[in-house]
Design a protein around this ligand. Structure first.
Ligand code: PGA
Length: 254
């Protein structure tokens, strides 16, 4: 039985949304939000808004991060941002392996592994996303699929570093679709991920944070976040509206 972790992580993934004015207004509201003392709130913004985050969120209790980063320090990588670029603007977190990066932009495990290592060496916390497509869920092969994703992403990463990573389970079929995994499935899958990490890194299971993501809304947050093994949530669409995000961050403890 895993000890109940005291605090939760509430992470917002804005994806490629909001214009400058909308982003500024939402960040200002977010900077004045109340949040439970031990919880952590992180917003993943389009990187062009990182300087705005630095301006608006620096004296607040809200952390922010980038949705994507390249692992090389500098050079001829047109269109990419380095880890130093984002950390220079105060980003302390970065998403790695979001299914949209894997599926639309063709990011493979080898690349994700390099990103994880680069971020860890710069003391930026990666949020490693894993999740199965519908076919794997229906065929009941999702455990093997998730294990492979984890194993490949973590090649050469030591236990000390593995503890620093935040893990996010986002079944692809639940992202942006309005379909949420059932609480029972969320619990067993998060538990599977925790046990898999423990198998890979003995004794790690009580120290890692594992989030759930995929159509988390203000109407289902209480049920999801109170599910055993759920250390928080990664929220897309419902994080773009302040009232909805505020309700999610102020979930009810059951
Ligand atoms: P969603 O996105 O909440 O809109 O389903 C979640 C995510 O992609 O991180």
């Amino acid at each position: 039985m895993v000890k109940k972790l005291r605090n939760k992580i509430l992470a917002a993934n804005w994806k490629m949304n909001l214009n400058r004015l909308e982003a500024f207004s939402l960040l200002q509201k977010i900077s004045n939000m109340t949040i439970r003392e031990n919880d952590k709130e992180i917003v993943f913004v389009p990187s062009v808004f990182l300087p705005m985050c630095e301006e608006v969120l620096t004296n607040s209790c809200v952390f922010y991060g980038a949705q994507n980063v390249y692992f090389e320090e500098k050079g001829a990588f047109t269109g990419e941002l380095s880890i130093t670029h984002i950390s220079d603007f105060g980003a302390r977190y970065a998403l790695v392996g979001h299914s949209e990066r894997r599926n639309i932009f063709g990011e493979n495990s080898e690349l994700l592994n390099k990103k994880l290592k680069g971020l860890l060496s710069h003391n930026i916390t990666p949020v490693l996303c894993i999740g199965e497509p519908l076919k794997e869920r229906e065929n009941k092969t999702y455990e093997a699929f998730l294990y492979k994703q984890l194993k490949e992403a973590m090649v050469g990463i030591c236990a000390e570093d593995a503890k620093k990573i935040i893990y996010a389970y986002e079944p692809i079929w639940a992202i942006g679709t309005g379909k949420t995994a059932r609480p029972g499935d969320i619990k067993t899958t998060l538990e599977f991920i925790r046990n898999t990490l423990n198998y890979m890194y003995e004794g790690i299971k009580e120290e890692v944070y594992i989030l759930y993501g995929g159509s988390v809304k203000k109407d289902n947050i209480d049920e999801i976040i109170n599910t055993n093994h759920c250390d928080g949530v990664l929220v897309g669409g419902a994080a773009l509206d302040f009232d909805s995000w505020n309700r999610i961050v102020n979930y009810e403890v059951k």
